[in-house]
Design a protein around this ligand. Structure first.
Ligand code: HEM
Length: 126
């Protein structure tokens, strides 16, 4: 039998869509994060984050088909990401994760990853 991925276990596409929609609704009104996004329309940025997370957790590989190797630290280099931006990103993501009401074990696995990934993206001091 095929292994059940984390992607499947937490509800697949619908779950990742909800997560990223909630997160970007927060970004849209966030005074620290919103100015970092170069485009008026946050939709394409939301699609990229959603496709990346789906791929990371064992879902479709659409991110790499469209964007190539993630190289996320390099792709964040044009943006100033200090502790302040990291904390704002994590606060919006925390709210989004909470709306999913996942079983505790999945939630903590997801959150541990997101905290580490956000730290990894820091490229400037405050
Ligand atoms: C792109 C900000 C952390 C995944 C971006 C962009 C900004 C940004 C401004 C460009 C928007 C666009 O795609 O048009 C931040 C800030 C972070 C952060 C302030 C705070 C730590 C993360 C983390 C992840 C992530 C932790 C993954 C878990 C992505 C992806 C893209 C992206 C996949 C699109 C890359 C591409 O294909 O071009 N981010 N980000 N970001 N970010 Fe972040």
């Amino acid at each position: 039998l095929p292994a059940v991925t984390f992607y499947d276990a937490v509800g697949g596409a619908a779950t990742f869509r909800r997560l990223v929609d909630e997160f970007y609704a927060g970004v849209a009104v966030d005074p620290v994060l919103r100015p970092l996004y170069p485009e008026e329309d946050l939709g394409p940025a939301a699609d990229r984050l959603r496709m990346f997370l789906e791929q990371y957790w064992g879902g479709p590989k659409t991110y790499s088909e469209q964007r190539g190797h993630p190289r996320l630290r390099m792709r964040h280099a044009p943006f100033r990401v200090g502790p302040r931006e990291r904390d704002a990103w994590l606060a919006r993501m925390r709210t989004a994760v909470d709306t999913l009401a996942l079983p505790a074990e999945y939630e903590s696995e997801l959150w541990t990853y997101l905290e580490r990934a956000a730290q990894f993206m820091v490229n400037s001091p405050d």
